[in-house]
Ligand binder design. Structure first.
Ligand SMILES: Cc1cc2nc3c(=O)[nH]c(=O)nc-3n(C[C@H](O)[C@H](O)[C@H](O)COP(=O)(O)OP(=O)(O)OC[C@H]3O[C@@H](n4cnc5c(N)ncnc54)[C@H](O)[C@@H]3O)c2cc1C
Length: 417
């Protein structure tokens, strides 16, 4: 399918002909018998992997296989925070690559992903957090990532609706990344899908992978609800279902799957134009373009695949945020939902070769992978195309769990959204 460019001219042209001429954004073909590369999972990471395989490495005989609808997993369920102020060098490099790709992703895809670099503050509400964020700001300076530790007065200037005086945890400052922000999650998936389809790739929805066929340590193909498909290489990019797919391929992963949830309020007039994360009380909030307050909470404390949130988290999160933002105490909450996130022990992702020679895995983004989508896809495409990780992915291999080389962001971030 050729892609017709979206432009102001195209909008005017279609307005003049009653919007009858818009083409479908992507095709929905039946699967072919064979692809050079199959990517399992049409979330942001799977689609970005396919996109950069085509764009950077010229590999275009690619299928992205999705059991539901594209973007219907965590990619369409997250609170869209984008930042790169991580502590460890390999994480900072990967997340900053992603953040910098986000800056021009709308132009690259010719699709408005509504990237909004409005700034992200991670509040310090204990002395421990003050020390932690100062340390991260110093690390970021060495990594070339502009962040700064700001005091409570500056926090109040940036977020006038915030109560910085407690009662339980007064705001002592925060880690501020001015070019962090948000993007429209569905648009990221849709824009990538449209670009993949325009390169001749097949995005096959409503097609569940039920088995992985291998022989002599190599993947030969997959079984799906739409039949068997053979492939030269396989990329597994299924977030919370990574353990299930790894089992089909015959290996185990150091991953736990848990539900993480979010909620939105009724829409209100603009009152907060930055993203605020409060890790001590465990809640974070931003305001969407529609005016809803988008609120994220904690992950369930037990493993599950339910894809919906638990009520006690809603209560805990809202109670915590009401202390810091008393103004929201009488807002009505509109919707609540959950996603299944894939947590590793060090809270860092896995971009790795597997025991099967031509099978690669991308997972473990846990509660914070939306921000990584373009960087992860870029690094994963390199891994799949060349068979070896490039510098961005090298530290994130599975062998780190065997060798004890953790990239520990759990202590560094508390909550790694
Ligand atoms: C409530 C919530 C809030 C979050 N907030 C943030 C945030 O603010 N910032 C941030 O950076 N990150 C956030 N995240 C995390 C982020 O959403 C994820 O890390 C990211 O979206 C993962 O993308 P993905 O493409 O790997 O997975 P997904 O989008 O989940 O895609 C995986 C796909 O694989 C498909 N699949 C699974 N099994 C099969 C099968 N057998 N056959 C075929 N297809 C299959 C699924 O249907 C799914 O569509 C949040 C997550 C949640 C749930």
């Amino acid at each position: 399918m050729g892609m017709r460019r979206y432009s102001a001219f195209a909008v005017a042209r279609e307005a003049a002909r009653y919007h009858q001429g818009w083409a479908r954004a992507w095709d929905s073909p039946a699967p072919k018998a064979h692809y050079d590369v199959i990517v399992i999972g049409a979330g942001g990471h799977g689609l970005a992997t396919a996109y950069y395989l085509g764009k950077t490495h010229g590999v275009k005989n690619v299928a992205v296989i999705e059991k539901g609808w594209l973007g219907g997993g965590n990619t369409g369920r997250n609170t869209t925070i984008i930042r790169s102020n991580y502590l460890q060098d390999p994480s900072a490099a990967l997340y900053e690559k992603a953040r910098s790709l986000y800056e021009t992703l709308s132009q690259d895809l010719n699709y408005n992903i509504m990237f909004s670099p409005r700034g992200v503050i991670m509040l310090a509400q204990t002395e421990h957090e003050v020390r932690g964020w100062k340390r991260t700001a110093q690390a970021n300076a060495l990594q070339g990532i502009p962040t700064e530790f700001i005091g409570p007065r500056r926090v109040k200037e940036l977020v006038p609706i915030m109560n910085i005086h407690g009662p339980r945890y007064p705001v002592l400052g925060g880690l501020w990344q001015a070019r962090g922000g948000t993007a429209r999650h569905d648009a990221v998936a849709w824009g990538l899908a449209r670009a993949c389809s325009a390169m001749g790739m097949d995005i096959i929805q409503n097609c569940e992978v039920t088995a992985i066929r291998s022989e002599g340590g190599q993947v030969k193909g997959i079984e799906t609800t739409k039949g068997a498909i053979s492939c030269g290489k396989l990329a597994i990019v299924v977030a919370g279902h990574s353990g299930v797919l790894a089992e089909m391929a015959g290996f185990r992963l150091p991953i736990e799957s848990v539900a993480l949830q979010a909620l939105v309020s009724e829409p209100i007039k603009p009152c907060m134009d930055v993203v605020v994360m409060a890790n001590t009380v465990h809640g974070y909030m931003s305001q969407s373009d529609k005016g809803e307050m988008v609120i994220g909470g904690g992950a369930d404390g037990f493993n599950n695949y339910t894809q919906r949130g638990s009520f006690q988290h809603v209560e805990e999160t809202v109670r915590a945020l009401c202390e810091t933002f008393p103004i929201i105490s009488r807002l009505k909450m509109l919707r609540q939902w959950g996603g299944i996130v894939d947590m590793t022990g060090d809270r860092s992702p896995i971009l790795s070769k597997t025991p099967l020679g031509n099978c690669f895995i991308n997972c473990g983004w846990g509660t914070g992978g939306f921000k990584a989508i373009p960087g992860s896809g870029w690094a994963m495409a390199q891994l799949v195309a060349k068979g070896e990780p490039g510098p961005l992915a090298a530290a994130f291999g599975l062998e780190r769990f065997r060798e004890g080389r953790f990239i520990d962001e759990s202590v560094a971030a508390g909550v790694a959204h």
